[in-house]
Design a binder for this molecule. Structure first.
Ligand SMILES: O=C(O)C(=O)C[C@]1(C(=O)O)C=C[C@@H](O)C=C1
Length: 355
């Protein structure tokens, strides 16, 4: 070892000692904060403010996303000292939903795999989980209808959102594509990889596509059959001991799924928030125009507008809307009051920090 290398490593040791001391101090402060406040330890608005501040003062060379990743884990262990959290997600282990839980809450939570989106809502409503993470839309496939329908029925609130880039892989027990006779995957993942499958697999011999309940379930089935492959995220290959035959096979490289965090408490203002709601009005000419007018009047930006059948009567729709700002912001509060006066139905799902 050169003298210079030895010297640099000594400096790293000294920095690590300092980091250890500082992280321990931070953890003790979080414990004190936990004793001061009432209710749940998880404060999404505060975490969002911490990330914004750190990104603004990031001196490099680490990228902002690395800083957020490191501090997500630091906050995760500090939060766990205050209160252990259980987070429900669409299982089994190895799904993109599980990745979404770790991305938002860090690793120091108990993640609870559920067999359906309905089950996630049930677990949070019953208190078996403190929070739930549910997919709400995909950039290629559009809205996740079940999540939207359940939001209408539940007393739960939206406490946060996050976006997860969805990179699909073809995985199998071996990497020889000519040995593959069937592929398991979730129908949505098949849809996201159509071009790649047609170009790379259909030209071989006949390959059956078999729908699975989830990508991770597809990987589980491929792990039990040497003539099968699965399309799933890289995490599923790790969980089920499969080899990745081809990575990033999604037709759209920007393929992203947006997830919501659901819980039972309202979230305070972070200063960079969004509010989600659903509304309905009479089925007559100009009604939708009138419905949206308060947003224009009070200068509230809409970031999403999606209609779904109301399920109450034929050809009646509920409009799901995301707007910029928190319910407690003056312009948002005024727009919401105008909506209360003009709609036949209005449900506010919650305000939360924008991703
Ligand atoms: O500020 C708080 O309320 C804390 O509990 C501290 C802390 C943190 O580690 O910074 C931990 C959990 C909360 O979600 C937000 C922040």
């Amino acid at each position: 070892m050169t003298e210079q290398l030895k010297q640099l490593r000594n400096e790293i040791d000294a920095v690590d000692d300092e980091l250890l001391r500082l992280i321990s101090t931070r953890a003790r402060l979080a414990q004190q904060v936990g004793r001061q406040k009432s209710g749940t330890a998880y404060r999404p608005e505060r975490e969002s403010q911490i990330f914004s501040r750190l990104q603004q003062s990031n001196p490099g060379p680490l990228r902002d996303e690395h800083i957020v990743h490191l501090f997500t884990e630091i906050i995760s262990v500090c939060r766990a000292l205050e209160e252990p959290l259980t987070v429900a997600y669409l299982g089994p282990q190895g799904t993109f939903s599980e990745e979404a839980v770790t991305k938002r809450f860090g690793s120091a939570v108990t993640s609870l795999p559920c067999s359906s989106i309905d089950d996630i809502f049930r677990k949070v409503e019953s208190g078996a989980a403190s929070y739930g993470v549910v997919p709400v839309e995909n950039s290629t496939e559009g809205a996740v209808g079940r999540t939207m329908d359940l939001l209408l029925q539940t007393p739960l609130k939206i406490c946060g959102e996050l976006e997860l880039p969805v990179h699909q892989c073809l995985m199998a027990q071996q990497t020889d594509l000519t040995a593959i006779r069937k592929i398991y995957s979730h129908p949505q993942s098949f849809a996201q990889c159509q071009v790649w499958i047609n170009e790379n697999l259909q030209s071989l011999t006949a390959v059956d596509r078999i729908d699975a309940a989830s990508n991770a379930d597809a990987a589980r089935q491929a792990a039990a059959d040497s003539s099968a492959a699965a399309i799933a995220g890289k995490k599923a290959a790790e969980v089920f001991g499969l080899k990745v035959c081809a990575a990033n096979i999604e037709d759209n490289p920007n393929n992203t799924t947006r997830f919501l965090v659901i819980g039972s408490r309202d979230v305070a203002r972070s200063g960079r928030d969004k509010t989600s709601l659903a509304m309905a009005t009479h089925n007559r000419p100009g009604a939708v125009h009138e419905l949206l007018a308060p947003f224009a009047r009070y200068q509230v930006s809409m970031t999403r507008l999606e209609s779904r059948p109301s399920r109450a009567s034929l050809w009646e729709y509920v409009f799901f809307t995301d707007i910029a700002g928190h319910q407690e912001d003056e312009n948002v509060a005024r727009a919401l009051q105008a909506l209360r006066d003009n709609t036949t139905f209005l449900k506010i799902f919650g305000s939360y920090p924008a991703a």
